[in-house]
Write a protein that binds this ligand. Structure first.
Ligand code: LP5
Ligand code: MN
Length: 246
């Protein structure tokens, strides 16, 4: 097998959906252990309340799998999503992974690749972007994390309900990435030929032509009814589905 890297996002791992965690662990053992790198591009967890939740029994099977992954010498990279942006250095250390800024560029197999979670590109969703700017401030996060874990979880629970309700009133196009925001990002990064992101749960490969440059935008799928990953090697990128045994 050729040297390759794997990309996943939007697993939304949660104790309430054990089949997804099982599918993820199977993916780590079977596919990721053969790869040079695994990139988790956000929303790995349904939510992350803070690194003081590391010892929750529900997370231990995941961390154990990441320990096995390290033995296989696959390098793990983790990016924040809109649900797990509170993942910190302690979580990264426990998983033997490296936290990435959003966006980040990598040079892989001769191709310049731009990576992002993608939520900051949904610029038409003004209510979300306002919320995002608030919770991504260091001061807001310090104050939030200063509260007891149980209080934070209650607040997250309330927010999830509020978000689900707000989404009912938003159109599909409003919740997609804004094409001009995508083009501007590609311009700002000197037109990378490949851009991979998640968040929208609308897996596809789009072609963008920006200022005479061609860029392919790979949107990763979520892990609800099935698993989903993309593989990049010297021949290019291709995406696969994984069966989930409920
Ligand atoms: O993830 P998804 O697809 O369901 O929805 C997102 C946007 N929603 C969110 C919220 C998360 O889903 C909830 C869990 C986050 C846990 C974070 C932990 C730390 C923060 C805790 C703060 C108390 O990201 C959704 C987008 C959608 O993507 C598509 O892009 O539309 O955005 C919203 O629905 C947000 C609303 O529009 C605005 C909500 C404002 C709430 C302000 C009050 C905050 C305090 C509430 C606490 C009681
Ligand atoms: Mn997301």
């Amino acid at each position: 097998m050729k040297a390759h890297s794997l990309f996943i996002s939007d697993l939304h791992l949660d104790a309430s959906r054990p089949a997804i965690t099982q599918a993820f662990i199977a993916f780590i053992q079977k596919q990721a252990s053969q790869a040079e790198r695994l990139f988790i591009l956000g929303d790995w967890f349904e939510y992350w309340a803070g690194d003081d939740d590391l010892d929750d029994p529900a997370h231990q099977a995941i961390f154990q799998a990441m320990g096995q992954l390290q033995q296989s010498s696959c390098q793990l990279y983790i990016m924040h999503g809109n649900r797990d942006f509170l993942m910190g250095d302690a979580l990264a250390q426990r998983c033997h992974g490296q936290l990435l800024q959003d966006p980040t560029e990598f040079n892989l197999y001769g191709t310049r690749v731009l990576l992002s979670h993608g939520d900051h590109l949904c610029t038409d969703d003004i209510a979300y972007q306002q919320f995002r700017s608030m919770v991504r401030q260091a001061g807001w996060q310090q104050a939030f994390l200063a509260q007891p874990l149980a209080t934070r979880k209650q607040q997250i629970d309330a927010l999830r309900k509020q978000s689900e309700q707000a989404k009912q009133e938003k159109s599909m196009s409003l919740m997609d990435v804004n094409p001009q925001a995508v083009e501007q990002l590609l311009r700002d990064h000197q037109y990378p030929p490949l851009f991979i992101h998640g968040h929208t749960h609308r897996p596809a490969i789009h072609a963008h032509h920006v200022d005479g440059h061609e860029c392919r935008r790979v949107v990763l799928g979520d892990w609800y009814e099935q698993g989903s990953y993309c593989l990049l090697d010297e021949d290019g990128v291709h995406c696969e589905k994984l069966q989930i045994n409920a």
